[in-house]
Design a binder for this molecule. Structure first.
Ligand SMILES: Cc1cc2nc3c(=O)[nH]c(=O)nc-3n(C[C@H](O)[C@H](O)[C@H](O)COP(=O)(O)O)c2cc1C
Length: 370
């Protein structure tokens, strides 16, 4: 019996999607503060190990929590307990902000998809840094690599974007294991223009220079910085992002964010939800995001490792993304439809499929790159 489907999902799906999300996070935040509970959950989850090393970090397994689920880090200690091999907290912006007016989150159960136009609702970089410092002081720091997803504050004009990202980066640098520069959310006006060569280069140059100067007095390595791309870019535009990323020594690419496209449907009810403005995630995104991963891997191979995200619901889909070129994976929407039990199930099957082969040899093995 799947307890989530039978017990939790009917209750959560009877609520407005954002309330359900808030309730889930409240419960996880409460559990996060109790060490005994965290340990119990992690024992019940019986997390299979599939250790992988990517961009200088060691991951207990390659499946992580995608950005947007825990924007303020309120449940950070619970994500490893639920079986995730890493978590990406945020998107966080320098200025705390309320996001777009509600309703702004829509479920499409028949497609196992979500449309959101949250608009980076978050408490801001300083609040996230204080919360993470508090987890560390309590001895509750997550037992896996923690990434932070950086967005641009809505009030900051596009021309000043680099300084906005930089302020959050500096604030959070001591606390994160890696950073993801989010220039691909469809829900902040014109944000995706920052994927253009000149704008992106300016942002990455300023982050990487701060990265070096923050690391060197400590005798430490700069932190891995990745960029997250939209699934809606043309191959030419994507190749420009890759060129800039290589030139600026990025650690990798997160592919992909949500899409502004919609799948075809004959169902008028689904058609009506498709008309909502925002980014679509979940099952309908899987094929496109996998194509993007394959394209990136063919272009740059191991020079830019990929975190593959978009519509992963089964181990089969996770495996497709790995063999297309993803070294690491993330999920969000499938958690809403299938619950957290899905995490350990997928990791377990990935382990069986890898069957002891070196992970680097599995990554990209069906990408067509020789
Ligand atoms: C409600 C919601 C909020 C999101 N917020 C962010 C965000 O703040 N930053 C980001 O880079 N991606 C964000 N995403 C995108 C996810 O991280 C992920 O890229 C996308 O949902 C595709 O994965 P999935 O199909 O497994 O959900 C959000 C997605 C959803 C559904």
């Amino acid at each position: 019996m799947n307890a989530y489907r039978v017990l939790a999902r009917p209750v959560l799906f009877s609520l407005d999607p954002e309330r359900a999300h808030g309730l889930t996070l409240d419960i996880l935040a409460w559990a996060s503060r109790n060490r005994w509970l965290r340990e119990w959950v992690s024992q019940v989850a019986s997390i299979p190990r599939l250790p992988v090393s990517v961009f200088g970090l060691d991951f207990p397994n390659p499946l992580g929590l995608a950005a947007g689920m825990d924007k303020n880090g309120v449940a950070a200690p619970m994500w490893p307990a639920l079986g995730f091999g890493f978590s990406e907290l945020g998107g966080v912006t320098w200025h705390g902000q309320p996001g777009n007016p509600r309703p702004r989150l829509f479920r499409i159960p028949a497609e196992e998809a979500i449309i959101n136009r949250m608009g980076f609702n978050n408490e801001g970089a300083r609040a996230l840094s204080a919360r993470l410092a508090d987890w560390r002081a309590r001895g509750a720091w997550p037992a896996h690599p923690v990434g932070i997803n950086l967005g641009k504050s809505k009030i900051t004009p596009l021309e000043a974007a680099a300084d906005d990202y930089l302020a959050s980066f500096r604030e959070l640098w001591p606390l994160a294991d890696f950073f993801v520069v989010n220039v691909s959310s469809p829900n902040t006006p014109n944000l995706r223009q920052l994927q253009d060569r000149r704008e992106l280069d300016q942002i990455l140059a300023s982050l990487q220079s701060a990265n070096a100067s923050l690391a060197s007095p400590l005798g430490a390595h700069p932190k891995p910085v990745l960029v997250k791309v939209a699934p809606d870019l043309s191959w030419e535009a994507l190749d420009e992002v890759l060129e800039v990323s290589l030139a600026r020594n990025l650690a990798g690419i997160v592919a992909t964010n949500t899409t502004v496209t919609r799948p075809g449907t004959q169902d008028p009810l689904i058609g009506r939800i498709h008309q909502e403005t925002g980014g679509l995630s979940g099952r309908p995104l899987h094929t496109r995001s996998t194509e993007v991963i394959r394209h990136i891997h063919r272009q740059v191979g191991r020079r830019l490792p990929i975190i593959g995200v978009g519509g992963i619901t089964t181990a089969e889909e996770a495996w497709e993304k790995v063999t297309a070129g993803a070294s690491l994976l993330q999920m969000y929407s499938a958690l809403v439809f299938h619950g957290p039990g899905i995490v350990c199930g997928i990791v377990d099957e990935l382990r069986s499929r890898a069957a002891g082969a070196a992970w680097e040899d599995v990554v990209g093995s069906a990408s067509g790159r020789n």
